[in-house]
Design a binder for this molecule. Structure first.
Ligand code: MLT
Ligand code: MN
Length: 306
């Protein structure tokens, strides 16, 4: 299995368009210790030729441009992108689907809850059903990804529920419980050659079920949105805590670093990192602290093949 990080930042990216905070200013100025990052997405492949995306970020067009592996190289109109797997219906997971219009065939894999959101929004009709197959994926049921020519990709995929939150723009209405329903926020497990890669860009808390699943994985890419639950409030960037946004924090007794201390994982990588999180800066004390704990901090173009 091959896997490449297309984007490592949370929604908004790094720098975020309307942030004048110091870290964003450094990224904007091209500071090599504050590398800019696009919004979170991963590309996986069984053969290194044909690729499946996990989430279609609003930066997808730029990500394709930056990654020669995703450039057309067969027919006059063609793409190595053969499918997209969605982990939720947040803007940063689905907006990039609009970049994939132009009647190019591919398959879209998501839970029924997420497909319902796409079906309810006519703008996604630009992905014509004649070209783009929407496939419902039941939770906890592994399936083998097929190439467009019908051959097996060698990648087995399973979607599993994680504690999360309904998409921001879907708050209210039928979604009185902000935590959402099973299938609103999922993680993705990819298996090939006896190795497991797990992608979880959003997770509100660690659970026993999640701990069991993560145990023994070769590579885990995990929610690194905030360093501290109240960091956006403390920095004057906004009124919401991480918990309110459905994200556990990296630091603290209930944080990600602490939660993973007794989970055996070969390679652990923080991804979906908000522009307020100091781990984005190579020279921050927080970056040094997570690296000491055995974590890597994702960046655009990072090779994460197991
Ligand atoms: C999140 O990860 O919390 C969401 O992407 C936030 C958003 O919708 O902007
Ligand atoms: Mn997000």
């Amino acid at each position: 299995m091959k896997a490449v990080v297309l984007g490592a930042a949370a929604g908004g990216g790094f720098p975020q368009w309307n942030s004048n905070a110091e870290a964003c200013r450094r990224a904007r100025a091209g500071d090599s210790k504050a590398a800019a990052r696009t919004q979170a997405s991963l590309a996986v492949s069984g053969d290194g030729e044909r690729w499946f995306l996990i989430n279609a970020s609003p930066d997808l067009r730029q990500q394709i441009q930056a990654q020669p592996i995703l450039h057309p190289r067969r027919a006059l109109r063609s793409s190595p992108i053969e499918g997209v797997i969605l982990t939720g219906a947040d803007v940063d997971a689905i907006a990039g689907l609009l970049h994939l219009r132009e009647r190019q065939p591919f398959s879209l894999y998501a839970t029924q809850r997420v497909l319902d959101v796409l079906d309810a929004n006519p703008i996604f009709g630009v992905l014509s059903p004649e070209c783009v197959l929407r496939e419902e994926v039941p939770l906890g049921q592994p399936f083998t990804l097929s190439h467009l020519d019908g051959s097996a990709s060698g990648l087995e995929v399973e979607l599993f529920d994680v504690p999360g939150k309904v998409a921001l723009y879907l708050e209210g209405g039928r979604n009185t419980d902000l935590a959402g329903q099973p299938g609103d926020t999922v993680g993705v497990e990819i298996r090939a050659d006896g190795q497991r890669l797990i992608y979880i860009p959003g997770c509100a808390r660690m659970t026993d079920a999640l701990r069991r699943r993560l145990s023994g994985a070769a590579v885990v890419l995990f929610d690194g949105t905030l360093w501290r639950d109240d960091e956006m409030v403390a920095l004057g960037l906004g009124p919401k805590t991480g918990q309110r946004m459905g994200h556990m924090s990296v630091s603290g007794p209930d944080g990600t670093v602490a939660a993973f201390r007794d989970i055996p994982v070969k390679r652990r990588i923080l991804i979906h990192i908000n522009n307020s999180n100091p781990i984005l800066l190579d020279d921050s004390a927080e970056r040094i602290a997570v690296e000491k704990e055995g974590w890597e901090v994702a960046y655009d173009g990072m090779e994460v093949s197991p």
